[in-house]
Design a protein around this ligand. Structure first.
Ligand code: NAP
Ligand code: HSE
Length: 316
């Protein structure tokens, strides 16, 4: 089974290493080996620890043409979108961790996947290691989800937690998060709630099976918060969290991302640092809580590898 990897950064390099380390395990699981046939990057001369340099290529299009499973971990909209579409049209299974692409183009890409009878999976795009999409899509398929609510952006939670627990001024906490590399290359992705909005859209579609776009998210980021807001919340024994939520509304769904003042007993209030949490309410299951690492190379690779195994099982 030929696997092509598009991208070899934080996530891609972890996926490549695990595909190599766990080769025997995957061969036993699938009945045939998963062969990494190439890794597309921008700079094929840069060394990549634990990745065979002979696998590196800058010709992503040719690589896509010779794989059964294409794994996109490049990020961005183009050329990721075109390469995924090429893969689907060519009959390959596709796995991606690209939340913005799935939020913006997921419905169109699913249509192409359905037309060509192949799969498109993206568990890693929402809450990285936490298997929330599988729970919503598979485990709760026979139930009726009534609400999904969570802290799904680790960087902003790190900032908010630093202010709440250590009394660091808000602007200084943002500065420290940037210095530690916790914020995206474009920090507005995190701070203005764009990253959380993309994840909320994917959660809403998966939970409620509705068409919903990024433009329909009622979104407020954390940049408008002041030290006074944090002081008032603390006086009331509460904390401020950036909350993403989705629930049915009329024929559609209401999706929002905004800072909320939460009482200490709220399950979202206790989540610390870069950790993510989601609380799902379903008619028969009641309340379910899923919590864990929402970022990180190896943690995100866990979800990507799960999708690769799922995709490989579909390859005839
Ligand atoms: P990254 O470290 O910036 O790595 C991106 C990789 O893609 C690099 O190897 C880069 O090549 C390659 N690349 C970018 N544009 C390319 C192009 N046009 N052609 C060929 N290769 C190209 O990114 P990352 O953190 O691994 O994230 C990858 C994806 O996973 C993103 O969609 C991100 O949102 C998602 N994700 C990440 C995390 C996380 O914790 N990092 C968590 C959840 C989801 P060079 O190395 O040559 O520059
Ligand atoms: N910037 C994102 C976050 C990375 O902080 O959650 C993982 O999607």
């Amino acid at each position: 089974m030929r696997v092509a990897l598009l991208g070899c950064g934080t996530v891609g390099s972890a996926v490549a290493r695990r595909l190599q380390d766990r080769g025997e395990r995957y061969a036993d699981l699938l009945g045939r080996p998963l062969e990494l046939v190439g890794v597309a990057v921008r700079d094929s001369s840069a060394p990549r620890e634990g990745v065979d340099p002979a696998l590196l290529t800058t010709d992503a299009e040719s690589l896509v043409g010779r794989a059964d499973v294409v794994v996109e971990v490049m990020g961005g909209i183009e050329p990721a979108r075109s390469l995924i579409e090429q893969a689907l049209r060519g009959g390959a299974q596709v796995v991606t961790a690209n939340k913005q692409l799935v939020a913006q183009q997921g419905e169109e890409l699913h249509a192409v996947a359905d037309q060509h009878e192949v799969g498109l999976d993206y568990e890693a795009a929402v809450m990285a290691a936490v298997p929330v999409l599988a729970v919503l899509r598979d485990s709760l398929a026979g139930d009726e989800v009534t609400s999904v609510r969570g802290v799904v952006n680790g960087s902003t939670n790190y900032v908010l937690d630093l202010v709440a627990r250590e009394g660091v001024p808000f602007a200084e906490a943002v500065r420290q998060a940037g210095e530690l590399g916790y914020l995206e290359a474009d920090p507005t992705e995190d701070l203005e709630g764009l990253d959380a909005a993309a994840k909320a859209v994917i959660l809403a579609r998966t939970a409620f099976g509705v068409r919903v776009g990024l433009g329909e998210v009622d979104r407020i980021g954390i940049t408008g918060l002041t030290d006074d807001d944090f002081a008032h919340a603390a006086q009331r024994g509460s904390v401020i969290k950036l909350v993403a939520s989705a629930r049915p509304a009329g024929d559609g769904v209401s999706v929002s991302v905004r800072p909320e003042v939460l009482p200490a007993h709220d399950p979202l209030a206790a989540v610390q640092g870069g950790t993510n949490i989601v609380v799902i309410e379903a008619v028969s299951a009641g309340e379910l809580r899923l919590q864990g690492a929402g970022a990180g190379g190896d943690e995100t690779a866990s979800a990507v590898l799960g999708d690769i195994v799922r995709a490989a099982r579909r390859v005839r």
